[in-house]
Design a protein around this ligand. Structure first.
Ligand code: G3P
Length: 232
C-alpha cells in the first residue's frame, strides 16, 4: 500500500477547498500546523491547498501537498486550465481528481490519471457510490476516497451515518483492485469518526471543514492522530 509515496501509515488528507481560513498566508499557517502534528505523531498528513497557494505551501512544509484537481490536458494552448506538469513544478506530490465539487467525466479521469502518472503525481480519486468506486478502481489510481456529497460539510460523518456505503464500496473496489488505498470522507469531524473509518476497512480520511474552519485545527489533528496510533 503506497498511496502516498514512502508511507504505510493510515492517512489524513486535509482539503483546504476555497475556504478563506485556508487561503494565502493562512494556507501556509494551516499547512505548517499539519506538518508539525505529522512530525510529532509519525502519522502521514497531507494537505490540498488551492492552486495559487501550492508553491508557498510546498516551500514551507515537508508533508505531501496535493492539488485539488488537474485537467486532462497536455502542455499547449489551454487558457485557464491546470496542467499536471505545472502542479508538479509547484512542488506538489499528488492530486485529487473528481472531487464532488469538481466532478469530471470518467474519460477525463482516465486521461488525467495517465497525465498525473507521467508527472509523477500520486492520485486520489473521489467517488460517491460503490459502482463508481469499482469503475474508478479499474483505472488503478493510487487512492480512492469514498465521499457521499450530501454529507459533505454537515459534521455528520459518513463512517458513522453511512457505514454500509463504505463497506459495499470496499467490496466492489476489491473485486477489481487489490492494491488501491481506500479512504473515506464527508462530515468527518471527530477522532471517533476517524477510528470508525479505520474499523470499516479504510486506510484513512479526507477531511475539510472540521479542521479548516475549526477553532483549534492543531488540537483536532493531534486528537485524530492519537486515535489512529491507538488503533494500531
Ligand atoms: O474533500 C473532503 C470533503 O469533501 C469533506 O468535507 O467538510 O465534510 O470534511 P467535510
Amino acid at each position: 500500500m503506497t498511496g502516498i509515496k514512502g508511507s504505510r501509515a493510515p492517512h489524513i488528507i486535509v482539503n483546504f477547498k476555497t475556504y478563506i481560513e485556508a487561503t494565502g498566508k493562512r494556507a501556509v499557517q494551516l499547512a505548517k500546523i499539519a506538518n508539525q502534528v505529522s512530525k510529532d505523531s509519525g502519522v502521514t498528513i497531507a494537505v490540498a491547498p488551492q492552486f495559487t497557494d501550492l508553491k508557498s505551501v510546498t516551500e514551507a512544509v515537508e508533508i505531501p501537498v496535493f492539488s485539488q484537481h488537474v485537467d486532462s490536458i497536455k502542455p499547449g494552448a489551454y487558457t485557464g486550465h491546470i496542467l499536471a506538469e505545472a502542479v508538479k513544478a509547484a512542488g506538489a506530490s499528488g492530486t485529487i481528481l473528481n472531487h464532488s465539487e469538481r466532478r469530471i467525466k470518467i474519460s477525463e479521469i482516465e486521461e488525467a490519471l495517465s497525465l498525473a502518472r507521467i508527472s509523477d503525481l500520486a492520485t486520489l480519486v473521489c467517488t460517491d457510490t460503490p459502482g463508481v468506486s469499482a469503475a474508478v478502481a479499474s483505472l488503478n489510481p493510487d487512492m480512492i476516497a469514498i465521499e457521499p456529497p450530501d454529507l459533505i460539510g454537515t459534521g455528520v460523518a459518513v463512517s458513522k451515518a453511512r457505514p454500509e456505503l463504505i463497506t459495499n464500496a470496499i467490496k466492489r473496489i476489491r473485486s477489481v483492485n487489490n492494491l488501491v488505498d481506500i479512504l473515506c470522507g464527508a462530515g468527518v469531524s471527530t477522532p471517533e469518526d476517524v477510528l470508525k473509518a479505520l474499523e470499516l476497512g479504510t486506510r484513512g480520511v479526507l477531511v475539510s471543514s472540521s479542521v479548516v474552519k475549526g477553532l483549534n485545527p492543531g488540537q483536532l489533528l493531534e486528537n485524530m492522530t492519537d486515535e489512529i496510533l491507538r488503533s494500531k
